[in-house]
Design a protein around this ligand. Structure first.
Ligand SMILES: [Zn+2]
Ligand SMILES: [Zn+2]
Length: 244
């Protein structure tokens, strides 16, 4: 469809069905910086600014040290270089991600991209990098119909900082439910859960940036980083949209 026509249709839809804030349900005014949240909730998104944990990107409040691991990350032993997070995953951020993951709310992607592209420190850090989205379990992907992390990666390409997207990893289907495993078995299961995409090529001096929607324990990202390293990547960092 012609872009002008798409724009007209979007304008008409907005006129007939004024958007309401995904978080608080109030109308989204024209002056709101985001389309899925009202102005108050947009401003309430907890955007992460330094200083932050070098592993997961969670902010900390204290003297700015060069390398600092928060209490959640001390035991992780990350094999990636640096981890960054764009927002803290509560309040409006949680509502945005919930809409994307569980209500097929692809319309929030533009807002997620805007939040990312507006991050002042991201441009310099990520410039020229290769985004590698964390793959989803094949069964889950089939059920949902899409991998939201891949879609977020596509939005980040619009930031104009020369990012590229390469889906270099696959998640193996094991057919077993994770809940049926005890903790050790589950860790072992995760250990072999990821593999390089057959035929994928790694260029050692590229800056690979593993992308996930939400950082929780970091173990998934760490496994993915390990696979990229074993495949020859020398610089692997991590970016999460939200910190759980
Ligand atoms: Zn609101
Ligand atoms: Zn941390």
């Amino acid at each position: 469809m012609h872009p002008r026509l798409t724009e007209c249709l979007e304008g008409l839809t907005a006129l007939l069905f004024p958007p309401v804030c995904l978080h608080c349900g109030k109308p989204v005014q024209d002056e709101s910086p985001l389309r899925s949240l009202c102005k108050a909730c947009s401003l309430n998104l907890h955007r992460v600014r330094p200083p932050a944990c070098s592993c997961c990107g969670h902010p900390f409040y204290g003297p700015d040290e060069r390398e600092f691991y928060c209490e959640h990350c001390v035991g992780l032993k990350p094999v990636f270089g640096e981890g960054r997070t764009l927002v803290l995953f509560h309040g409006p951020a949680r509502s945005l991600m919930h809409e994307l993951k569980y209500h097929r709310g692809l319309h929030v992607l533009r807002d997620l991209g805007r939040v990312a592209c507006e991050d002042p420190s991201l441009a310099d850090w990520a410039r020229g990098g290769v985004l590698v989205p964390v793959p989803m379990h094949p069964r889950k992907r089939r059920e949902r119909g899409y991998n939201q992390t891949e879609l977020i990666a596509e939005e980040l390409l619009r930031c104009g900082v020369g990012l590229r997207l390469e889906k270099l990893l696959v998640r193996r289907a094991d057919g077993k439910s994770q809940t049926a495993f005890d903790r050790m078995a589950r860790l072992g299961n995760l250990k072999n859960a990821f593999a390089p995409l057959p035929g994928a090529s790694i260029t050692p001096d590229h800056h690979y940036i593993l992308l996930d929607d939400v950082f929780t324990t970091g173990s998934t990202l760490n496994r993915c980083a390990q696979v990229l390293r074993e495949a020859g990547a020398s610089r692997v960092d991590v970016l999460s949209f939200g910190h759980g």
